[in-house]
Design a protein around this ligand. Structure first.
Ligand SMILES: *[C@@H]1O[C@H](CO)[C@@H](O)[C@H](O)[C@H]1NC(C)=O
Ligand SMILES: *[C@@H]1O[C@H](CO)[C@@H](O)[C@H](O)[C@H]1NC(C)=O
Ligand SMILES: *[C@@H]1O[C@H](CO)[C@@H](O)[C@H](O)[C@H]1NC(C)=O
Ligand SMILES: [Mn+2]
Length: 392
């Protein structure tokens, strides 16, 4: 036999051996796939199989990628395809793929899809090890997909987002403990928060904003962009000025994690105060710790409806490199999550995670994993405190 022939015969034998059906012996005590329900009402880890591994109806990592594998609902539709009413929900995840209001690195239009990607291991089986709570067990949370926003005209795009927020928040809530659905927006650059606040004012009036960010974002358009054109003055550094001007903010708002320089230390900071804000700086965490920061946020906003906006650049670039205007010297992901979870009981009426630009992330998805977990915390805060609107 020539050497080549011998090799071919050996390969044929190997293939035949591989074709044999391999049956692993049962593991002592576990006679079903990992993740299957343990029986007796003990919950399973949600890897997707019940007692029957060929039951494909509930798998965790298959199908389309929604936030935390939540059901997708076409929340913007007038009716369902068959003419029925759109499914009801209590908390709506809404993507806002808009990033033409940025002053540095673009890319946050891919934030919603990135955050969903980072959320694949968050799911209804998860109980928080610190609180023992499951964020999805009381209120109905759905993913509405992204609002369709034109990429070539900011004015039209923001009008589209305003409308999306009005439509999604105008439906009847699913649960009878909450009567208006609340929205968590996946940004998008920070300009998108303006649309959210234009819709929360319809239900709750002016609100306190807890604004996690390294930048103040109350810049007067006269200072940032507006010198170029009126249009350019509407951007991710001026939206809180605009929200104040439109009467959407209470004078009990507060920034947390600030560390970026201001352009004019007298005017910018005086103006910031006039817009309704107090400031917790990033390094305050070294002096006071997370608990004092939580206490201050709760005191400042006490008795008001609160919107929580998280610019992912509040985190240090070590924890969130994938953002447009990264500033060193920020908080860690653990510190931010501790502070967010510490706000339990707050009257939260809406929230967002913005400025996630996945193109600058690393192969480990550091930023989108963090952003997805921040959304998870916001959902838990909403589940902890069902709210009724103070207007209509
Ligand atoms: C949905 O309703 C709006 C306003 O009532 C209407 O203008 C629009 O054409 C409707 N869309 C569809 C697809 O029926
Ligand atoms: C808000 O409160 C600050 C002091 O905390 C004050 O300087 C500012 O004038 C107030 N603004 C309004 C609109 O009441
Ligand atoms: C909020 O205000 C109420 C009533 O004034 C007060 O009893 C409570 O201690 C305040 N809570 C915080 C966290 O400041
Ligand atoms: Mn910002």
């Amino acid at each position: 036999m020539s050497p080549q022939k011998a090799l071919l015969t050996a390969a044929a034998l190997l293939t035949a051996a591989n074709a044999r059906e391999i049956t692993f012996p049962p593991v002592s005590g576990v006679q079903q796939p990992v993740g299957a329900s343990y029986g007796n009402g003990v919950g399973n880890m949600g890897f997707g199989f019940g007692d029957d591994p060929l039951d494909l109806s509930n798998s965790q990592f298959a199908g389309l990628t929604t936030y935390a594998n939540l059901p997708y609902v076409h929340c913007l539709a007038n009716t369902t395809a068959t003419g029925g009413e759109v499914e009801s929900y209590d908390i709506a995840i809404l993507g806002a793929p808009f990033d033409t209001g940025v002053t540095a690195r673009p890319g946050a239009r891919y934030g919603p899809i990135g955050i969903r990607q980072g959320s694949r291991r968050i799911g209804p089986f998860a109980y928080n090890i610190y609180t023992g709570k499951n964020a999805f067990s009381t209120l109905k949370v759905v993913d509405c997909g992204d609002a369709p926003l034109t990429v070539l005209d900011n004015t039209i795009a923001l009008a589209q987002l305003d409308k999306a927020h009005r439509v999604v928040s105008a439906r009847k809530a699913d649960s009878d403990v909450a009567s208006v659905p609340r929205i968590i927006t996946l940004g998008g650059d920070h300009t998108t928060t303006l649309s959210a606040l234009r819709s929360t004012v319809d239900h709750w009036g002016a609100v306190s904003v807890i604004h996690f960010d390294s930048h103040i974002d109350t810049w007067d358009p006269k200072v940032l962009g507006g010198g170029v054109s009126h249009y350019a003055g509407v951007n991710h550094g001026t939206f809180l000025h605009l929200a104040h001007e439109e009467g959407l903010l209470l004078n009990s708002s507060i920034h947390a994690g600030i560390r970026a320089p201001v352009g004019n230390k007298h005017y910018d900071l005086r103006h910031d105060k006039a817009c309704g804000f107090d400031i917790i700086k990033a390094r305050d965490i070294d002096r006071f710790g997370t608990q004092k920061i939580i206490d201050h946020l709760l005191e400042r906003t006490n008795g008001t409806s609160v919107y929580i906006s998280v610019d992912i650049d509040v985190l240090d670039p070590a924890f969130a490199p994938a953002t447009g205007t990264a500033e060193v010297g920020g908080w860690s992901t653990r510190e931010l999550l501790t502070i967010l979870d510490g706000l339990s009981g707050i009257h939260i009426i809406g929230g967002d995670v913005v400025e996630v630009a996945p193109i600058y992330d690393n192969p480990g998805e550091t930023t989108t994993l963090a952003a997805a977990e921040v959304v998870h915390s916001l959902i838990q805060l909403m589940a902890d405190t069902p709210v009724k609107p103070t207007k209509n």
